[in-house]
Design a protein around this ligand. Structure first.
Ligand SMILES: Nc1ncnc2c1ncn2[C@@H]1O[C@H](COP(=O)(O)OP(=O)(O)OP(=O)(O)O)[C@@H](O)[C@H]1O
Length: 250
């Protein structure tokens, strides 16, 4: 599904958090949002859930206004993995993932058990199925919430810093799975090296505005990185055609 954010404005606590942000997540592509702490990345993603009420602007899902969909319908269109993987009640990993089966309703021929176990296996965490969510490490918990998004059976997933709490092997594992899934992925990333390597398109945000967008090599130019992050770094192509990000450290 294509997601278009048009002229999104959000105010909170008496100040402007987002100013006329325009962003398009194309079908089947990985679109990354990068930018310094507090620039509005999470606030933008949360507009898709109605948690960040908009002063102006609209979100289009394959051309139709998000405002016209019920919450249940939205959950049948996309998965959302938030920054915090907290869960107040002590459900097991299995129960958390099985909530996706409820969202899916009767649209799948597979049993609930098959859906849940397939997703846990895809994330290589079937051994966690009977563990209480509160007893899991931050990284394990994150994997359970990503498994739930997969179990929803949707073609679009929105993720807010899914790699935090994950060790380097699991960061690459998750991003490889997301890329290979060919789903529409809208993802906030802090690691510019991962953003350069995995994303098809990047949006660079600063102080509530999307200031640059394009391919990772266009966005991660030296002057832009310096202007937005205040560090010296740039993306460049490797021999195999993939991109790497170089950070100068003194
Ligand atoms: N409800 C709120 N009331 C007041 N200010 C808020 C509220 N929600 C967010 N903000 C402020 O809006 C700004 C953007 O926050 P947001 O969480 O979107 O940033 P971010 O880019 O995701 O940051 P990070 O990289 O640290 O996760 C921050 O300055 C934050 O303090």
């Amino acid at each position: 599904m294509k997601i278009e954010f048009r002229d999104i404005c959000v105010d909170a606590g008496g100040k402007k958090i987002l100013h006329e942000v325009n962003l398009t997540a194309e079908c089947g592509k990985m679109t990354g949002i990068i930018g310094p702490n507090g620039c509005g990345k999470s606030t933008l993603l949360k507009t898709t859930l109605g948690i960040s009420p908009m002063e102006a602007g609209e979100i289009l899902l394959d051309g139709a206004s998000l405002a016209g969909f019920s919450n249940k319908k939205l959950a049948q269109l996309y998965g959302y993995v938030g920054q915090d993987s907290d869960c107040v009640f002590d459900f097991t990993a299995y129960e958390i993932v099985s909530m996706a089966a409820h969202i899916r309703g009767k649209t799948s021929k597979k049993s609930e058990k098959e859906i849940v176990m397939n997703s846990l296996e895809q994330l290589e965490i079937p051994h966690l199925k009977d563990r209480n969510i509160q007893s899991l490490s931050g990284g394990e918990r994150k994997m359970v919430f990503i498994a739930r998004a997969f179990a929803q059976g949707v073609d679009t997933i929105i993720l807010d810093e899914p790699t935090n709490h994950l060790d380097i092997k699991h960061q690459l594992f998750i991003l490889d799975i997301l890329r290979k899934s060919k789903k529409t992925i809208l993802i906030v990333l802090h690691d510019l090296r991962l953003a350069a390597h995995y994303c098809d398109t990047l949006y660079l945000m600063k102080q509530g505005k999307a200031v640059y967008s394009g391919s990772p090599s266009e966005v991660l130019q030296k002057d832009r990185v310096r202007q937005v992050f205040g560090v010296e770094g740039f993306a460049s192509e490797k021999e195999d055609g993939t991109l790497d990000f170089h950070l100068q450290m003194n």
